[in-house]
Design a protein around this ligand. Structure first.
Ligand SMILES: CC(C)(COP(=O)(O)OP(=O)(O)OC[C@H]1O[C@@H](n2cnc3c(N)ncnc32)[C@H](O)[C@@H]1OP(=O)(O)O)[C@@H](O)C(=O)NCCC(=O)NCCS
Length: 409
């Protein structure tokens, strides 16, 4: 159904309009109007022309935007639209407002040469219809501190220092970038992003938690790992029940990663260590003597949408020689429909007979390496037209690590 006649979909032209455009999503977080500081921080990283709104009588009843990211994919990086702030007021829901904004946004991203769009979904029923496929898992842990011993004795993390948030960027940005450039699903962070998002610690983000802390591990005077976390202390009958809530922790080598986690797991006073937004293949699973104690729990992570099959597929690397021919259907972006030859040497349209047939969302699922073609076939999301092609496609698409995006945008 098209949006009501009196609703106009138009991109924003000013920070003030962006503030209007995020009012609908803010409504679902319980706010009648966006907090001034939140809007100000957002507009530092989300240009007005990247935000669409559904306007009715000068007021935004819906909003949808896309951060201009450089996304890491297996073997490379490419421009990608990080879709965000999707919201339609309950007074205007189910009239096609989201659909109309998505049309405008994805068309613009495609025309601007962004071959991929991706997002975090609040509900997993919303985005499949627009061609997004589930592309990664994200994990959470909740570990009792006294059960956190590593399988091999390791006690001393080395020299760790607490760094103020004002000074943190110069210690942590390089470590992040080293990890991000090798990890599918992570994007390059600008200085504005560090300041307005990652290292910002406004009251509204703390909930009942403590201040955002930054610990930096050094090796030979060089920062090699960092952790951002909050100390959420609590006591019951004199016993500690508090939690170290890890926001983000990573190192530029397996040793550095192990050491920064040992530091976090050994902080006195708090009973448990909790973290979320971890990758499926997080090293803690094999570092701990009792991995079951992690309470490692999974849920859906990123959703990926290929806007330009040729450009997106050409931007990633492939593991094996040879190629597969995939027949793709794409209702929302019909320019992608047809047969594609995907191989390590080149990706191109072809009139060769296809070995696989699937919807565009299936390509989104395998793109970052979070799912295999075999998994798609078992779920009847890909049809094998020529026997053996699923296995061949898995050999070609194989990725070295699970996708990871350590933050919700
Ligand atoms: C999700 C939301 C943006 C949808 O907006 P909307 O304008 O009602 O969506 P549309 O009318 O354009 O719906 C398009 C299609 O998606 C379906 N759809 C929309 N939201 C859905 C949901 N939450 N669950 C299942 N289906 C949904 C509609 O039924 C419609 O289906 P159709 O194309 O088969 O007719 C809106 O309900 C909302 O703001 N929800 C709360 C905030 C939120 O979850 N935002 C997403 C953040 S990631």
């Amino acid at each position: 159904m098209p949006p009501a006649m009196d609703v106009e979909i138009r991109r924003c032209t000013s920070a003030e309009e962006v503030r209007e455009a995020i009012t609908p999503i803010g409504y679902y977080f319980g706010h009648s109007a966006p907090r001034k500081d939140q809007a100000e921080r957002l507009t530092r990283v989300l240009p007005a022309q990247r935000v669409y709104a559904a306007w009715e009588g000068g007021r935004a009843v819906g909003g949808l935007g896309a951060f201009p990211f450089q996304l890491t994919v297996p073997g490379g990086r490419l421009p990608a639209a990080g879709v965000t702030v999707a919201g339609v007021l309950p007074t205007h829901r189910r009239r096609g407002v989201l659909r109309a904004m998505m049309r405008a946004l994805l068309d613009a991203c495609y025309q601007q040469g962004e071959p991929v769009a991706y997002l975090w979904a609040t509900e997993d029923t919303i985005y499949g219809r627009f061609g997004f496929g589930l592309a990664s898992f994200t994990a959470a842990i909740d570990l009792a501190r006294e059960r956190s011993a590593f399988h091999a004795p390791f006690a001393d993390p080395g020299r760790v220092q607490l760094v103020s948030l004002a000074a943190a960027e110069e210690f942590v940005a390089e470590i992040y970038e080293k990890v991000a450039v090798e990890t599918p699903g992570m994007f390059a962070r600008s200085s504005a992003w560090w300041q307005a998002r990652t290292l910002a610690d406004p009251e509204s983000r703390r909930g009942s938690g403590g201040d955002l802390q930054c610990a930096v591990l050094e090796n030979d005077g060089r920062p090699v790992a960092y952790a951002l976390y909050r100390m959420n202390s609590a006591f019951e009958q004199g016993l500690q029940t508090g939690v170290v809530a890890v926001i983000e922790a990573m190192g530029d080598s397996p040793e550095a990663t192990r050491a920064v986690w040992r530091y976090l797991l050994d902080i006195d006073w708090l009973a448990r260590v909790k973290a979320r937004l971890l990758p499926l293949d997080h090293p803690l699973l094999l570092l701990l003597a009792e991995p079951r104690r992690l309470g490692f729990s999974l849920r859906d992570g990123l959703w990926v949408r290929l806007l330009d099959v040729e450009a997106a597929m050409s931007a990633r690397s492939y593991q094996a020689q040879g190629y597969v021919v995939i027949k793709v259907t794409d209702e929302f972006c019909p320019w992608n429909a047809g047969c594609w030859r995907v191989g390590s040497d080149r990706v191109e349209r072809t009139d060769k007979a296809p070995g696989l047939q699937c919807d565009i969302s299936a390509l989104g699922s395998v793109y970052l390496g979070g799912f295999t073609w075999t998994q798609l076939a078992r779920a009847l999301r890909v049809k094998e037209l020529v026997s053996g092609t699923v296995a061949q496609a898995d050999a070609i698409f194989q990725a070295r690590s699970a996708p990871w995006c350590p933050e919700i945008f």
